[in-house]
Design a protein. Structure first.
Length: 484
């Protein structure tokens, strides 16, 4: 079959389809289970063989579209335990309040939730400063460096301090690098920040960094942030490009600084110590191994910014690069932040270790802004609509909204792209099944391309045909705004 593509401005790259496809499939499978309300059998620890258990994991997000590393963690728990341990998501803790993630931590500490995941940035608002080096402005500014940090002994040392807030740290997971998004113009030089209101997730070090640039700080996120941006109360915010793509931020804030990575949104997986103690040693071992595996896998999940940039450009986003002098000016402005961080000896030691890793870790190629993706944004960018709530297949999977692109490719092109284990060439499976509040990427097939779950008791398959992957569109059911 001859390769044919239908894409404005160029051909669809198979690597791009596969990179974005994995994220979309993980999100779609998770949504299928969430909409279907699937559950796993409960149980408690008993003598002899351990009874199956369900552990509730809390998040401020509305779904798992934004955190494929958490989907992998949940699926890995199920795989290692043979279904003996399952995770059930409890979402929207805090209902988008600025301190919602702190509520997750307190809920896990109190035993309301067995597990939770939050941005590591928020622990300094709870009196734990060991994670601040991860949010030091412009320190971890490339995916290879983030991978090196996550793979080092630094996260393990940081997690040891979480006993102060009465939780146990299981792992620190990699996430996307955050860039500034802006409403009126790209934020390139120091004077662009002066006097604007800029939203950052609640964190002492991140708040201080934004103020150091001359901006006022807002800690809004999710639906309240979008409303504030639309009304003109907030002029910019920080997000990674995956979140930008899923939330269609170009509708309200189309300008993104391509070469300014403020910090990564690293995630901490935390557990209630008493709930962990109720598990058998084998069950705890599965959970801990899954967390380690998720940390290792997470470092390769988010380095798809070039592909995401291409899709964002097509739908109205505009990118710009700060000059070397402008980048240097921003680093100089952050000097008081580093002086403050130096007051904590442990944080100083972590920053020094990360700087040493940075010196010997190549940053990788810079992002290349596509032709026609600079300058003024289109006068009118269509706002995204909410995902359809109609049933797409038995089991209750919802249809995915967005702008779609068709592509077809040959068997040779498929295998040249380096398929992972479980990705096979052939027609789509007629059906597959899934259970629990989490889905999994089972197969990614050409011809049509399909995302499938692999568990019971209900049957649900999300398939896009012919070989279609979403170029844009919100994945949150009933909403089109960010939950991150």
């Amino acid at each position: 079959m001859r390769s044919r593509n239908q894409k404005k401005g160029g051909a669809v790259n198979l690597h791009e389809i596969r990179s974005l496809g994995r994220v979309i499939c993980l999100a779609a499978a998770a949504l299928a289970c969430l909409v279907a309300g699937c559950t796993a059998p409960g149980g408690s620890k008993a003598g002899g063989a351990a009874a199956p258990v369900v552990l509730r994991i809390a998040t401020v997000n509305s779904d798992l579209s934004y955190t494929p590393q958490i989907v992998y963690f949940a699926d890995r728990v199920r795989q290692l335990s043979g279904g003996n341990v399952r995770l059930d998501q409890f979402h929207r803790v805090g209902n988008y309040a600025p301190a919602a993630e702190q509520q997750v931590v307190r809920g896990v500490a109190a035993g309301t939730f067995a597990l939770g995941f939050v941005g590591t940035r928020i622990f300094d608002t709870l009196g734990v400063h060991s994670f601040q080096a991860l949010s030091a402005p412009m320190l971890i500014d490339s995916y290879p460096l983030e991978r090196a940090v996550i793979g080092s002994g630094i996260p393990h040392q940081m997690l040891a301090s979480l006993g102060r807030v009465r939780v146990t740290g299981l792992a620190v997971l990699a996430d996307g690098l955050h860039k500034p998004d802006a409403v009126a113009r790209p934020l390139l030089r120091l004077r662009d920040w002066s006097g604007i209101t800029f939203a950052t997730f609640e964190s002492s070090v991140q708040d201080q960094a934004i103020r150091a640039l001359g901006a006022r700080v807002s800690n809004l996120f999710g639906n309240p942030l979008r409303a504030a941006v639309t009304s003109g109360k907030v002029q910019g915010f920080e997000k990674n490009l995956l979140t930008d793509q899923l939330n269609q931020v170009q509708a309200v804030a189309p300008y993104i600084t391509a070469n300014l990575n403020l910090w990564p949104q690293t995630q901490a997986v935390i557990a209630n110590p008493a709930r962990l103690a109720q598990l058998t040693p084998q069950q705890r071992g599965w959970l801990q191994q899954a967390a380690r595996d998720a940390a290792a896998r997470s470092t390769g999940m988010f380095n798809i910014d070039q592909d995401l940039m291409d899709g964002l450009c097509e739908t109205g986003a505009r990118f710009a690069n700060a000059s070397s002098a402008e980048i240097a000016g921003l680093r100089t402005a952050f000097a008081p932040v580093y002086a403050s961080l130096d007051h904590d000896p442990q944080t100083t030691a972590f920053i020094t270790q990360i700087q040493q890793l940075k010196q010997r870790t190549p940053a990788g190629p810079p992002l290349v802004i596509p032709l026609g993706c600079t300058g003024p944004a289109p006068a009118a960018t269509p706002a995204p609509g909410p995902i359809s709530t109609s049933t797409a297949h038995a089991g209750g999977a919802t249809a995915l909204a967005g702008t779609w692109v068709e592509a077809a490719y040959t068997r040779e092109e498929f295998f040249a792209a380096g398929p992972d284990a479980g990705e096979t060439w052939g027609p789509p499976a007629p059906s597959s099944s899934g259970t629990g509040a989490f889905g999994t990427l089972g197969t990614l097939r050409p011809g049509p391309m399909s995302c499938t779950g692999t568990r019971s008791p209900f049957t649900a398959m999300i398939t896009t045909t012919p070989a279609r992957m979403p170029r844009s569109g919100a994945l949150s059911p009933g909403a089109s705004t960010a939950t991150r």
